[in-house]
Structures are given as structure tokens and as C-alpha cells.
Design a protein around this ligand. Sequence first.
Ligand code: IPD
Ligand code: CA
Ligand code: CA
Length: 287
Amino acid sequence: MPDISSTLKIHRDRCADHLSHPVLATSLEAALQGAIRLIGAFQTDVDITVKGTSNFVSSADLAAENAIVSTIREQFPEHAIISEESHSDRADAEHLWVIDPLDGTSNFLHGIPHFAVSIGYYERGAGKIGVVCNPITADWYVAIEKQGAWHNGQPMLVSRAERLNQAMISCGFHYDRGKMMEATLATLADLFRADIHGIRRFGAAALDIANVACGQYEAFFEYRLSPWDYAAGAILLNEAGGRITDCSGVHLPLGASSGVCATNGSLHPAMLEQLASHLQHFQSGDC
Ligand code: IPD
Ligand code: CA
Ligand code: CA
């Protein structure tokens, strides 16, 4: 049986076979280098620093980010970078990389094999390439603007469900334990009242959005995420036929945090309606 690194390369190449762009090879190599660092550190003792309530950064996040950034810098030293742990260049740069070296840090630290490297490449604010990779399962989700989205070489397509009572919905809880958490819980209760099939909370937003793009979930929402959580996923989802906005239906920013509503497109109005009724509970800033 092939080891993880060989399977990672096979699945990466199956995606790359369908796509073409001058920075694609660097995007995939950067993600692979990050993934290799995460595989090496998974289920070992890593150094952990606390950023806030239930919000951690580990030596694995930092090693993966270093590997990703060096790979990009080697090829494109003049490109701008926004990354979770170290870079905050301009969001409207001509060439911009938005990087989450380890999405799902809590899962990683608990030994749960559900986390990802997420890399989005943008030109003057327009999404060009999205790459999300789960190093442990060797799942690659790769999309290029106007060329479609691919999962391990298979085309990604959103679900055709048209009603909430046909939907499996995924969500995330922002680190806040105040009004935003209450609003999230209240939204879940409302969604169950709308007879959805179920709620899933797996703990890695980039994979959640990729899973909407693959048609596994009809929708995903979280009341606050950062650009590196959704920059790559947004490109995947748009290319797979879905829709992604903030929780009021507005285009997502790259230079600030935002709520996220990601759907198969058909369910977008219904999801926004569900989210809207709870926005006022924390938008006063008191959360
Ligand atoms: C987190 C994950 C999680 C989401 C959090 C994110 P991190 O990213 O995506 O699912 O609920 O809001 O911050 O911190 O593991 O990179
Ligand atoms: Ca993240
Ligand atoms: Ca992260």
C-alpha cells in the first residue's frame, strides 16, 4: 500500500491534470510542503501557545507556514502574503496569497485527523486559485477560476437540493463564548425547526466549505471567520456552482474577518434568512 506522501502526490497530480495557470505548480508545491510538515508533527508533542479561549497556535502551525511561505517566496518574491501567523500585506495587492497553514488546529492538537492546509491566490481581489489539502486523508480540493474545481481528480459539483428540509448543514463556533455563541446555538435550533437532515461541526472551516463544494453539505455557516479560513474555499465553491457571502449576502472581504454563509446556491436565500434573524444579537459589538 502506498504511504501518505505518495498518495498525496498522486491525488495532487490527478487534480493538476485538469488545470493550468502560471502559479498552479507553486500553489500545489507550497501546500504539499505544508502538508508534509503537518504529517511529521501529527500526534507528536508539539509546543503550544494560547492565543485566546480555545484558540491555540503550535510549532506545527509555524513550521507549516514557514515551509509554505518559503516555497512561494522562492518563486515569487514580490508577491503579497496574508497568512494567519505571520504576514499581513495589502488585500488589494496585484498578486496575493492568503494562507492558513493549519486549519483545524484544535483537531490537530487532539489527534483528530481532520485538518487542512488552505491556500488562496488572488489578483487585485479576484480569486484565481484555491487549494485545500487534508494531509492525513490525502484529499486535495483544487480549483482555478473558470476551469472548474477538482477533488482528487474528480469534478466537484454542489448538491442540487432546493429546500432546507433536504439539507445537511455544517457550522462552526467562533472562539467567542458570549452572544455570538448564543446566536449560533439559536440558529441551529431554528434550522432543526426547519427540518434539516442534520448538523455537522467537524472543526476545519476550509474543509467545511470544500465539502459544500463537493455536494456533501448543502450549506455551511459561521458567524466569524478570518480571510485565511475562506479565501481558498470561496474559489472552490464558486467554481463548483455554489455561492459564498457574508451572513448578510455581501461579498467576502480579504482584509478583515467576516461571517460566512456558504451554500449550493439554491439554498442561499433560505440560509441568509435564517442567519439574518440572529445577526442583531451580536452585531452591537457586545460578544
Ligand atoms: C478554525 C477552524 C474552525 C473554526 C474557527 C477557525 P484554525 O481555524 O476553521 O473550524 O470554527 O473559527 O478559527 O484556528 O484551526 O486555523
Ligand atoms: Ca483556520
Ligand atoms: Ca490556522
